[in-house]
Design a binder for this molecule. Structure first.
Ligand SMILES: Nc1nc2c(ncn2[C@@H]2O[C@H](COP(=O)(O)OP(=O)(O)OP(=O)(O)O)[C@@H](O)[C@H]2O)c(=O)[nH]1
Ligand SMILES: [Mg+2]
Length: 622
């Protein structure tokens, strides 16, 4: 007889390795990182046990209790209690523990037992516990808790074998769920539960005489109030230097590849629309975005390494004073940090913030963090206008400007947060910083490789879909209607694109933008990188023969330095991403907040560009 699908749920304290376990069991590649609060959604996967039982397993956000104080914790609570609409209550709950730190998990487990669901305690990260000399009397622990206990190493091949076997054993004769007697615990009940947990741990777990000193030694430096900030600044500094210094050879290679391809198309196809479409629309347009792949990879390599090592939570700790001063919750750090990749996961990550107003503030400022889609625009303009010389002999000026743009984003986000708090929420008392600092772990090559690969794939996917379709549109607008016979002006002057651009140009003239930029900004709403490609196409079609030349060189001849700087300022602030606005609407549940974000960012962008342009012109850069 075919047994019904077995439903498992992974529940546990944050950063205990639930997602790693989920990936190990199902072969998925969900995001894993060494800080609490990575998973904020439920995720279902499937696998088959050694004995052939079909299993569905759900990965859930980490939580310390079932009280469900923040939106991510509510997801876990509702799922375990079977309150989530349309969900099956799990047949078996896997309570996942970080074996080096059992106190809070055992308390959670005692609370979970009241739900009456059958349960297993999974002592994960058992490799680290063993290395540290922590020993657990597994049998005794199982007896005291009244649930089966198994050890696991989620990140090692075969590290889940015991868990799989136990699942088979248990599911063959699964006990009927008990009555659910769970209700929210009061603070004193929670304390009593903690005392009970501590007693059990004292009986079953023995800690080594000499605790882990590595984490403490590294923390003495990186958490030092002065030394720590210096280390943080150094790390960021090296990162941005690397973006320019290491990426250049690879970019040159990609660039000449696309140039050669463009030339090839130019030489083989007869002159005409098809040739122009392929060369100016597709190859120079999409290609001009793809050449930034090396930069994207380098930035993510740094971010992922730091995440996996366990440094990011320390950076959060260091920034807490500054963020608190701006009225931000300590837990806002991780969402803001994720926004450096892209504001969308960043906005989703705000679910770890329990206070509604704090969460809203964080959502509103997340798009000001410099996302990776701005990298192509920044690097294009910087490479074209900022000389690649060294300041004081060792600082690359281009890297420095890039650092400045990132810093401007961060400072403005803090300033906006401060203004929001000041006007809206005057009775604000900052919440204490509550983020568990994870132990340092050696970054794992495989998970870094998967992370970088996923990001690169996402970037290329965007180039192939959103950016490609925008390029087709722009090429079309820039090519039609065709010029009348015998016209001497560039063909683009007769096109729809020129008409639209010129109609908008007066609005943008005060900030130093010409009509070509106006044309590039509108499709740039779909995705920021499109602006780069659009400029490439517009100037390529306008310039005719210059098509094969690199966009940067064309811009350097067509724009003044003041215009270039104004464009950089615009990109720091402008609300140029439709998907981000859509996520803001979804997560705040309100069109109004989406409109507010769009409006305030647009106003900031215009003001910043206006000031930048006029100051630059006053200094003779016009
Ligand atoms: N050495 C070792 N590292 C592990 C093990 N399991 C997980 N890790 C690491 O622990 C960190 C946290 O893992 P995640 O799987 O993201 O933890 P999580 O419980 O899903 O975390 P949240 O989603 O934030 O609640 C990552 O750096 C993993 O590589 C293990 O068994 N041994
Ligand atoms: Mg997770």
């Amino acid at each position: 007889m075919e047994l019904p699908l077995l439903h498992l749920a992974l529940v546990g304290t944050p950063n205990s390795g639930k997602t790693s376990l989920f990936n190990a069991l199902t072969g998925s590649r969900q995001k894993v990182a060494n800080y609490p609060g990575v998973t904020v959604e439920r995720k279902e996967g499937f696998f088959v046990t050694p004995l052939g039982r079909q299993v569905s397993v759900v990965d859930l956000p980490g939580t310390y209790s079932l009280r469900g104080r923040s939106p991510d914790e509510e997801i876990t609570r509702d799922f375990v209690l079977g309150k989530a609409s349309g969900e099956t209550v799990p047949d078996l709950v896997l309570c996942v523990a970080d074996s080096t730190n059992l106190r809070l998990t055992i308390r959670l487990l005692l609370e979970l037992k009241r739900t009456g669901r059958p349960m297993i305690l999974v002592l994960n990260m058992f490799d680290i516990a063993s290395r540290r000399g922590i020993t657990v009397d597994v049998e005794r622990l199982a007896k005291e808790l009244g649930v089966p206990v198994v050890t696991s190493i989620a990140v090692r091949k075969g590290g889940t074998a015991d868990l799989l076997q136990l699942t088979d054993d248990i599911s063959a004769k699964l006990a009927e769920p008990q009555e659910n007697s769970w209700r929210a615990l009061s603070v004193s009940e929670l304390r009593a539960t903690q005392r009970e947990a501590d007693r059990i741990i004292a009986d079953c777990v023995s800690l080594p005489a000499r605790p882990d000193t590595w984490t403490a030694r590294i923390d003495a430096v990186v958490l030092h109030p002065v030394g720590g900030l210096i280390v943080l600044a150094l790390i960021l500094f090296v990162m941005f230097q690397a973006v320019f210094a290491w990426a250049q050879p690879l970019m040159d290679l990609l660039n000449s590849g696309f140039d050669a391809l463009g030339e090839f198309v130019h030489d083989t196809l007869p002159g005409g629309l098809l040739q122009s479409f392929l060369q100016n629309g597709v190859i120079s347009g999409v290609g001009s975005v793809i050449v930034f792949l090396p930069q994207i990879i380098i930035i993510f390599l740094f971010i992922l390494l730091l995440e996996d090592f366990g440094y990011m939570a320390r950076a959060a700790f260091l920034m807490d004073r500054i963020m608190g001063g701006a009225g931000l919750h300590g837990r806002a750090f991780i969402p803001l940090l994720s926004s450096f990749a892209c504001a969308i996961p960043g906005i989703m990550a705000t679910r770890v913030i329990d206070n509604k107003r704090d969460r809203l503030t964080t959502i509103l400022i997340a798009p000001l963090m410099t996302c990776s889609a701005r990298i192509p625009v920044y690097t294009l303009i910087i490479s074209a206008f900022i000389p690649a010389r060294d300041v004081w002999g060792f600082i690359n000026l281009q890297g420095l400007v890039m650092f400045g743009l990132y810093a401007t984003g961060i400072v403005s986000a803090l300033a906006v947060s401060f203004v929001i708090k000041f006007f809206m929420i005057r009775d604000f008392a900052p919440a204490p910083f509550m983020l568990e600092l994870p132990d340092y772990k050696m970054p794992r090559l495989k998970s870094i490789a998967i992370g970088v690969y996923t990001r690169a794939k996402m970037f290329l996917h965007r180039a192939g879909t959103t950016i490609f379709s925008m390029m087709v549109l722009i090429w079309f607008l820039a090519s039609f209607p065709q010029p009348p016979a015998g016209a001497t002006e560039p063909a683009i002057d007769f096109s729809l694109a020129a008409m639209i651009g010129k109609a908008l140009a007066p609005l943008l003239a005060p900030v130093g933008f010409n009509w070509q930029i106006a044309v590039a900004l509108i499709p740039g709403m779909a995705a920021r990188e499109v602006a780069v490609a659009a400029l490439g196409t517009v100037y390529a079609i306008e310039g005719g023969k210059e098509a094969a030349e690199q966009i940067g060189q064309v811009l350097a001849t067509k724009w003044s330095l003041a215009t270039a700087l104004s464009m950089l300022a615009w990109y720091v602030f402008a609300p140029q991403c439709a998907s981000t606005l859509a996520v803001i609407r979804r997560e705040t549940g309100s069109w109004a907040w989406m409109a507010v974000t769009f409006a305030y960012m647009l106003v900031l962008a215009y003001a910043a560009s206006l000031v930048t342009y006029n100051v630059a012109v006053a200094f003779g850069a016009g």
